[in-house]
Design a protein around this ligand. Structure first.
Ligand code: ATP
Ligand code: MG
Length: 563
């Protein structure tokens, strides 16, 4: 599978790479990697990193590895590995035979640590975690050396061997690098590089009871894989000197370079994995692939396309400054892509029965409809027309405002791809006063064009034939959070959830051609928005479920923007 994202882009990272070409650093090679920790599903922020790393490799004829950064047994699992593999593939990228696991490097990493001890560059510390934190100092307070810092190389080696052998309890000892307790960069104050953790690892089982820390494992995994440009998010900027320290101590040549970029923050969305895990575990959403989730799995189920997501990532670009990207941009990318590729269909979400009094009982006409108004190559389909129809409740107004273009008492409207009808009478529920049915007449002369007498009928509404339509469930999604920047709020994020983020409509009807709609495929329901067949809950022979992917026009942002 080719990597699709080859349209060349330009940004400060690509500039660095092009400068490296000029100085022949890395001998003209470009090797990147996408290094997720398999402790959750990928989200749209990860997608940005995927597009960046794979996109750069494609642009410069390089390679991009997929590496599971699985050095912390807590929370990691095969389910997450599989979801990541699936999601990166779905986004359109391929790593050929370069799927790697940091856990495969455990022995090498251990040997790196032993070398540091032997070089006098690491020592076993036996302070408690609290003491280590206290000794580390703060930005304004210098650190203090541990009394164990002067342990002999032999003693540290012996203890480290016994740590690995499982002789000690969690938290009794750690291995620390010996750098500089007075460094103004707190990260450089003898950071811990190994800890004891008696937890089974989803791949290495009980082989290990000590695990390397991220800062140590990450840069060395990059080195083992001969990564040239190690691209990560800004919060690791302070860790770069440490990254460089480890590779300088341990790697002889062609060391990788870390480059940081601003992570994606998206309005009305939370992209912290910890928070997403909480949403799933506590049941605020139906799972990682809940269509309201900002996960790749959720967006796929919702009906977003990989092309739309890649286009979004290209448009936001990469920069050095954190900012909040408007979710409307993502939605407009989805809309733009679906406008091109989604076949049109008729569906009615909140049905109002319409009887065409002058249409012959039992007659059915098959009306030919274009699947896409601008793309004849997408073909046509037949839609049945009959005496009893459903239209949208919203498309009838008893007391219409001026210039109302839909159906109103005594008025005419065109049914999409069909006849002009005229309102005759309204039936109401005696008790509630609710409109339950309309009686209309149709003009048989108007099936394929304007009325011969030249009268003007401007409005067009959608409809389905009641007898032929398929009853379906439609799920309307809205923002998962009610506030623009939930991650920036100090309120409990659960209180910021939008209680109306999911609305389920059960009386919807769609045109019969959709009975063969493939699960996951997207349609434009004319005048309503884009919808896709839910891959999980649809019963295609019985009752399909459609997810609203996105509305036809941006509405929500504008309304809430006024608040
Ligand atoms: P956590 O920090 O909660 O462990 P994470 O989101 O950093 O989670 P990782 O699995 O470590 O999760 O991320 C894999 C890669 O994706 C990293 O290189 C990280 O920099 C990148 N990444 C994560 N979140 C974003 C984001 N919001 N925008 C861009 N890149 C991101
Ligand atoms: Mg991380």
């Amino acid at each position: 599978m080719p990597n699709p994202d080859v349209s060349p882009q330009s940004d400060f990272i690509r500039e660095i790479i092009e400068d490296d070409f000029k100085t022949d650093k890395h001998k003209g090679h470009v090797a990147t990697r996408f290094p997720p920790e398999p402790n959750g599903y990928l989200h749209i922020g990860h997608a940005k990193s995927v597009c960046l790393n794979f996109g750069i490799a494609a642009q410069y004829n390089g390679t991009c590895n997929l590496r599971m950064d699985d050095t912390d047994p807590a929370g990691e699992s095969l389910e997450f590995v599989e979801s990541i593999i699936n999601d990166v593939h779905w986004l359109g990228f391929d790593w050929e035979n370069r799927l790697f696991f940091a856990s495969d490097y455990f022995e090498q990493l251990y040997q790196f640590a032993v070398r540091l001890i032997k070089d006098g560059k690491a020592y076993v510390d036996s302070l408690s975690a609290d003491e280590i934190r206290e000794y580390r100092g703060t930005l304004t307070k210098p650190g203090k050396e541990s009394p164990y810092r002067s342990r002999s190389i032999e003693e540290s080696l012996g203890l480290f061997t016994r740590m690995r052998a499982g002789e000690f309890d969690d938290g009794t000892h750690v291995l620390r690098s010996k750098i500089d307790m007075a460094s103004p960069n707190v990260t450089m104050r003898d950071p811990v590089i190994y800890r004891i953790k008696r937890a089974p690892h989803y791949r290495t089982g009980n082989d290990w009871v000590i695990y390397p820390m991220y800062d140590f494992a990450h840069c060395l995994s990059d080195s083992i894989e001969k990564i040239t440009h190690s691209i990560c998010t800004l919060e690791f900027e302070n860790n770069r000197p440490l990254y460089d320290w480890f590779v300088n101590e341990l790697i002889a040549e062609d060391r990788p370079n870390q480059i940081e970029f601003a992570r994606l923050n998206l309005s009305y969305t939370m992209l912290s994995k910890r928070r997403l895990i909480e949403l799933v575990d506590k049941g605020y959403v139906s799972g990682w692939d809940d269509p309201r989730m900002p996960t790749v799995a959720g967006m796929r189920r919702r009906g977003y396309t990989p092309e739309a997501i890649r286009n979004f990532c290209a448009r936001i670009g990469v920069a050095k400054n954190d900012n909040l990207v408007d979710i409307n941009l993502l939605e407009s990318c989805v809309r733009e892509d679906l406008n091109e590729r989604a076949p049109r269909a008729l569906g009615v979400l909140r049905p109002l029965k319409v009887t065409i009094d002058n249409y012959p009982d039992g007659q059915v006409e098959e009306l030919e409809c274009a699947n896409h108004p601008q793309k004849p190559e997408m073909g046509t389909r037949k839609i049945p027309f009959s005496k009893v129809l459903y239209i949208e409740q919203d498309d009838f107004d008893e007391n219409p405002p001026k210039k109302y273009k839909r159906l109103a008492p005594g008025k005419e409207v065109r049914l999409r791809s069909s006849y002009i009808i005229k309102h005759q009478s309204t039936l109401k529920d005696e008790k509630t006063g609710e409109v339950v049915e309309l009686h209309c007449s149709y003009d048989p002369e108007t099936r394929s064009g304007p009325p011969p007498d030249g009268r003007k009928v401007e409005g067009v509404i959608h409809w389905v034939s009641a007898e032929h339509a398929i009853p379906v469930e439609v799920r309307l999604y809205d923002r998962l959070f009610q506030v623009a920047d939930p991650a920036g709020s100090d309120q409990d994020f659960v209180t910021l959830l939008n209680p109306n983020s999911l609305e389920i409509l059960n009386l919807c009807h769609v045109e019969p051609s959709l009975k063969d709609a493939a699960p996951g495929s997207g349609y434009q329901f004319e005048r309503l928005g884009y919808f896709c067949v839910d891959v999980k809950d649809s019963n295609m022979g019985g009752r399909p479920v459609f997810n609203r992917i996105v509305q036809l026009r941006e509405s929500w942002g504008k309304i809430s923007g006024k608040k």
